[in-house]
Design a protein around this ligand. Structure first.
Ligand SMILES: Cc1ncc(COP(=O)(O)O)c(C=O)c1O
Length: 503
């Protein structure tokens, strides 16, 4: 993709000078473990202490250089310290750092840039709500939908991850805050996500089963559902395992929502801003949501999130409908505006689409040689490689996922898991990654697979220096039928134990 002269990454990565964690990393990890809560997860998954990062690479304090296929969980679509973002940050740092909701130039520049790239019917017809995190954006979006609809009831899907906000407003005392936040009494209607690999409602045959179920919820007075205000959907499941739904899913969901005057909220926190080879994942199916949640890459690595909503959705929102001191930080806005500009100017997103297709077939050809890989799916640089105990049962192999993560780390490649059992290795490199680093990462992936195949029951290794709690052994039962997966799946570990966290 690039000539050596314009590499953004450390060109010699992966380069392991001492098996990670090296001595200095161990010191910092131990100090972190002493001082910080033990509720944090990432030091267990990637026991290294980063020092400096460039493009798609990270160097740790021991001088090890890693290829970064995690990208801060899709925060760094433009990689670490992209020169144009560094320049934008530096310029803004000489102006103003905090300005509440006042219209700084950075703020207006950001709004204009974002307006120019919104999907379909939202472009030119949207208003923007600033928030700080992904969860914050989703919470605001759902509140907005409930306010606009004058009723509550959100369809959310199995496997969904939308953050862990919600609820704190109940501790705030003002009635006016309670009157626009519905989380205290919020109603969630859980519907199976159409997962073609693990179909629950016939997702292997398209979206019809899911839509029929939704129709039943609306039409049958005894369905148990009183009202539906909105449907909240990830166009591709993120934390749930990089599950790509059938092509007709989003268009059918759009039609369903239109038929019943239900609002469609797309959570593009992880899939947005070029990640899937389009600016927005919804653009693959030409669907425009009524409300779009944007976070992660939109701040280029500085906390910033946004809700874009159809301007005709509500006539007027009460002042202070949603609040937060740090919304729309000028430093984040300056970097965010430049991020959007970089993404829309060049052909990076088109390249991500075509390079993603090549990568999919390269991962699939690995699957041809390694039966522990049950499925490979994805779009752009959002690719999931799912490990199973065997292809007939499709029983998820979480230990293999975790062992792969550890084996890759030892080879200088950072790659995270996803899925309820950590059974999916997810490829989410920065979009700017050089081709050579893809080749080297794939070689490390195959090498790791081969070494694990040679010792099949090896489980994930964790640094002995990093205190960790034992993971309960998964209960593996003989699987009757992959189409009815719930009774045969290993039990998901409790949140406080080993569940990976999302960022
Ligand atoms: C799809 C999706 N929505 C929301 C969130 C929550 O974002 P945050 O961690 O910034 O609250 C995440 C985080 O991974 C996500 O993947």
């Amino acid at each position: 993709m690039t000539s050596k002269s314009d590499w953004l990454s450390f060109p010699d990565a992966p380069h392991i000078v001492v098996p990670p964690p090296g001595p200095r990393s161990r010191e910092l990890l131990a100090e972190q473990a002493r001082l910080e809560t033990d509720a944090i997860g990432y030091p267990h998954y990637f026991p290294i202490a980063p020092k400096v990062a460039q493009g798609a690479t990270i160097e740790d304090v021991d001088g090890n250089r890693f290829i970064d296929w995690v990208a801060g969980i899709s925060v760094l679509n433009l990689g670490h310290r992209h020169p144009r973002l560094v320049a934008a940050l530096e310029a803004q740092s000489h102006e103003i750092w905090h300005a509440l909701e006042l219209p700084t130039e950075a703020r207006i520049r950001f709004l204009r840039e974002l307006e120019g790239v919104l999907p379909g019917g939202l472009r030119g017809h949207a208003r923007i709500f600033f928030t700080v995190t992904g969860g914050d954006a989703v919470e605001t979006a759902v509140n907005l939908a409930d306010f606009a609809q004058g009723k509550q009831g959100t369809v959310a899907f199995s496997g969904a991850y939308h953050g862990v906000h919600g609820g704190v407003v109940n501790l705030t005392s003002g009635r006016r805050y309670h009157s626009t936040s519905y989380f205290g009494t919020g109603k969630v209607i859980r519907v199976p996500y159409p997962d073609p690999y693990r179909p629950v409602l016939g997702a292997d045959k398209g979206a019809a089963g899911t839509i029929a179920y939704l129709e039943h919820l609306v039409n049958d007075p005894s369905s148990g559902v009183d009202a539906i205000s909105s449907v909240l959907v990830e166009p591709i499941l993120g934390e749930g395992g990089y599950v790509v739904p059938p092509d007709d899913f989003l268009p059918s969901l759009r039609e369903f929502c239109d038929r019943h005057h239900i609002l469609l909220i797309a959570d593009e926190v992880q899939s947005g801003l070029g990640r899937t080879g389009r600016m927005w994942a919804v653009e693959h199916s030409k669907v425009t949501p009524d409300i779009l949640c944007i976070a992660k890459t939109v701040g280029g690595g500085i906390p910033l999130s946004v809700v874009a909503y159809r301007s005709d959705l509500v006539k007027e929102l009460p002042r202070g409908f949603h609040l937060g001191t740090y919304r729309a930080n000028p430093l984040a806005l300056a970097v965010g505006a430049e991020t959007v500009r970089v993404l829309k100017e060049g052909d990076l997103i088109d390249q991500t689409r075509s390079r993603g297709e090549q990568l999919l077939s390269r991962f699939r050809s690995l699957a041809d040689r390694h039966p522990s890989i049950g499925d490979v799916r994805g779009k752009g640089f959002m690719i999931g490689v799912e490990f199973v105990h065997n292809r007939t049962s499709r029983l998820p192999w979480g230990d293999r996922g975790k062992a792969m993560r550890a084996a890759l780390l030892g080879r200088g490649v950072l790659m995270h898991t996803a899925g309820a059992w950590d059974q999916v290795l997810r490829f989410m490199a920065p979009l700017i990654i050089e081709d050579e680093l893809l080749d080297r990462g794939l070689a490390a992936f195959e090498d790791s697979l081969e070494s694990l195949d040679a010792t099949p029951e090896r489980t994930a290794t964790t640094s002995p220096q990093v205190p960790h709690r034992a993971e309960p052994a998964p209960h593996l039962h003989p699987p009757p039928e992959h189409a009815i997966p719930s009774p045969v799946m290993p039990e998901r570990p409790g949140r406080n134990l080993e569940e990976k966290d999302a960022s």
